[in-house]
Design a protein around this ligand. Structure first.
Ligand code: ADP
Ligand code: MG
Length: 328
């Protein structure tokens, strides 16, 4: 591993990465990544968000070397994964989505074996420290088959950290895990990041990305549709819409400085867009009443990830294929 003093500005650089899966007996040919480009800044917790089938695991597996890309380049800690495979590999730890597990070794032995594989000298191995970090110290010598699903997942994280890489990548670490374990994993991610590890995690849970990530890239159908600091992205999702049907035709509009937008949508229909951090639907309705509008029916909508997808794709996405680094 390179020392942290040599940390590059970007932990990972992804340029024009295309992945075309060939047709197989099981699946039709598939263009899974359509020329993806973005950077993962060093030191951050970076979220790769997208619905199932978006291409997240394909990208992670290309970085892990288990899937070959069709074209494009990836640099990990400054090392090209094709030209400088060894150094790229030494600087990243990857926890795949699928739990593959060796049932014949104890957690301690698993970590020691991996340490050997990476050529970490015996006196430099930190198997016990890692077991403590993932709260498995009391399972040190347990039979692997006695580990619960959550414990296996935590052991996989320890495995990915055996060679002390400065980058840890987690593919859907909390898919299908209970609330308790999710909390533990979140804490673990935060601890590692506080120690300087750059963390990339994929998820299709918006809330998880919001809680943990400094920056979020959204991919859909193998294309990047957003790449922004989390607070900016969440800002875009903070809008809520109240649609009210009046008891008479709309002849004027209500007004309030907190309304983001107020439009006549039909003869008797008004839609008010507001920021849910600033006011509630109840306050909107009270304002309407104060201003002499009699409301007959009301419905509310919240912008969610789906809306953000729609918004970003229909707006001709500034982070679309054209610019190389969409670091707005
Ligand atoms: P995600 O992890 O975001 O859910 P994936 O990277 O697993 O998405 O899949 C992206 C797309 O590529 C999906 O349409 C999936 O069906 C397809 N795909 C994944 N692996 C293969 C494969 N080995 N052969 C053919 N198509 C695949
Ligand atoms: Mg996946």
């Amino acid at each position: 591993m390179d020392s942290p003093e040599n940390a590059p500005e970007n932990a990972i650089e992804i340029r024009d990465v295309v992945k075309r899966y060939a047709a197989s007996k099981k699946a039709a040919p598939k263009l899974a990544l359509e020329g993806l480009s973005f950077d993962v800044p060093q030191g951050q917790v970076f979220g790769l968000l997208g619905p199932n089938g978006a291409g997240k695991s394909t990208l992670i597996n290309i970085m892990a070397g288990t899937v070959g890309k069709t074209s494009g380049t990836i640099r990990i800690w400054g090392h090209d994964i094709d030209e400088d495979h060894r150094n790229a590999k030494m600087n990243i730890g990857i926890v795949p989505q699928e739990i593959i597990f060796d049932p014949f070794f104890t957690p301690y032995e698993v970590l020691e074996n991996i340490g050997g594989m990476y050529g970490v000298a015996k006196h430099l191995r930190r198997s016990d420290e890692l077991l403590r970090a993932v709260r498995l110290e009391d399972k040190r010598n347990a039979y692997a088959r006695t580990l619960s699903g959550g414990m296996k997942r935590r052991l996989l994280i320890a495995k990915a950290m055996v060679h002390s890489p400065p980058i840890l990548v987690l593919d859907e670490p909390t898919a299908g895990v209970d609330v308790e374990l999710r909390r533990q994993l979140w804490d673990l991610v935060s601890e590692l990041n506080a120690e300087g590890v750059t963390v990339v995690l994929t998820t299709h849970y918006l809330e998880e990305a919001e809680q943990l990530c400094d920056r979020i890239a959204i991919i859909n159908h193998g294309k990047l549709i957003a790449n922004k600091p989390t607070r900016e992205l969440v800002g875009m999702m903070g809008e809520k819409i109240v649609a009210v049907t009046l008891d008479h035709d709309v002849d004027r509009l209500p007004h309030d400085p907190r309304f983001r937008k107020c439009v006549k949508e039909g003869e008797r229909l008004i839609e008010v867009t507001y920021d849910k951090a600033e006011m509630t639907a109840g306050q909107v309705l009270a304002l309407l009443q104060d201003q002499g509008f009699t409301v007959q029916d009301v419905s509310t909508r919240e912008a969610d990830l789906e809306d953000v997808f729609v918004q970003l794709t229909s707006a001709g996405a500034p982070e679309g294929p054209a610019p190389q680094t969409a670091n707005t």
